[in-house]
Design a protein. Structure first.
Length: 364
């Protein structure tokens, strides 16, 4: 049975309160006691070595609360890298204070570096996983935290569609289940599925499309708000996150929805976020709160440039924060988010945004 939840609460009353400086924005607490955040404009610290970052297309927090990003050096413009300025390595690790700890990445022996970097995940064993959104990218990569190559799943240029069990299709996001040592891949910008592999051997386990059904690569046409819910995932299938209770949350970006599954692919429910949104859609990325019950689900909306704060059990939006802009606490093409053990959120921006931001949790 399909259960549809509409969580379009765009007219929800809320207030933005400026404190300390005009660019530090706080979303007011709702009657339902949704968590409150404030941007930290001093995080991260300035990059060393005259480095610049391009479009930041992934963020992950590890077990030590170190924050990892992957960016696209090739998106920097010639006028940005003139004189002393140059592109930073694609993968950068920050400590909790925002200092650069390490940086590495790029083409090397034994693996196919993606043509278009996309997505990063650091698993419980400190392995760093990377995806790719380029036209020929059909692989994900696994490294040590020091950048030593460990494994590649899929072969570049070999995508065989949404039912290919060996190769991927421009994979957007990755998450490893520490309990089963399985890697879940939101796959992606070409395919229309969630696929699971063994995180140690790379062996294929299972895959599914929308509603837990076998995916079909037929293009359903553009999203329209008045249409019935799409029976297939749109492209991209942009993110995946795993809950402590065994549920799997998938971001179906252009269909303005998230779908929830059991780990075997059994469909549970779905919810729509700002369903009138067109273009790139409203559900770009997902992360769960750090409490044991994971009461809150945070949704990065890269078209409306806000973060939706959702009560996980009911899938109701209780508040949101952010707006379009380039000041601290605002977003210009919000793309990803992750959370640390203290409940602080980290966000990335692509296109001309080109940055990572930290939002400190103030309550709840």
């Amino acid at each position: 049975m399909r259960i549809n939840h509409s969580i379009d609460r765009s007219l929800l009353a809320f207030a933005l309160v400026s404190i300390l400086s005009p660019v530090i924005e706080v979303v007011a607490q709702s009657q339902d006691q949704a968590p409150v955040y404030r941007v930290d404009p001093a995080w991260p610290k300035p990059l060393p070595n005259h480095w610049l970052v391009g479009a930041v297309v992934g963020v992950a927090v590890d077990s030590k609360d170190h924050v990892w990003i992957v960016h696209r050096p090739a998106t920097l413009q010639p006028n940005e890298t003139r004189a002393i300025w140059r592109a930073a390595p694609p993968v950068i690790e920050f400590d909790p204070e925002g200092n650069v700890v390490s940086a590495w990445g790029g083409p090397g022996n034994g693996y196919d570096w993606p043509d278009l970097e996309h997505g990063i995940h650091v698993d419980a064993d400190d392995h760093v996983w990377l995806g790719g959104g380029g036209a020929e990218d059909a692989q994900i990569l696994k490294f040590t935290r020091n950048g030593e190559f460990l494994m590649q799943i899929g072969q570049k240029g070999q995508n065989g569609g949404s039912n290919d069990t060996e190769n991927l299709g421009r994979p957007a996001a990755i998450e490893v289940d520490p309990h089963t040592s399985e890697v879940y891949v939101a796959d992606g910008y070409r395919n229309r599925r969630l696929i699971v592999f063994d995180a140690t051997t790379g062996q294929y386990k299972r895959h599914w499309g929308a509603y837990g059904e076998q995916p079909i690569d037929l293009d359903p046409g553009p999203y329209t708000p008045a249409s019935a819910p799409a029976l297939q995932f749109g492209t991209p299938v942009h993110d995946v996150t795993l809950a402590n209770d065994g549920l799997v949350y998938v971001a179906d970006r252009t269909n303005n929805r998230l779908q929830v599954f059991q780990k075997d692919g059994t469909f549970q429910t779905e919810a729509f976020v700002r369903p009138a949104t067109l273009g790139s859609g409203s559900v770009s990325a997902l992360v769960l709160s750090d409490d044991s019950e994971q009461r809150w689900l945070f949704i990065a909306d890269g078209t409306n440039n806000v973060i939706w704060v959702v009560e996980r059990q009911s899938l109701e939006v209780l508040s949101h924060f952010g707006r379009l802009g380039k000041n601290a606490g605002q977003f210009y093409r919000l793309h990803n988010l992750d959370i640390d053990s203290k409940g602080n959120l980290y966000t990335t921006e692509v296109n001309a945004g080109q940055r990572v931001q930290k939002f400190s949790r103030l309550s709840q």
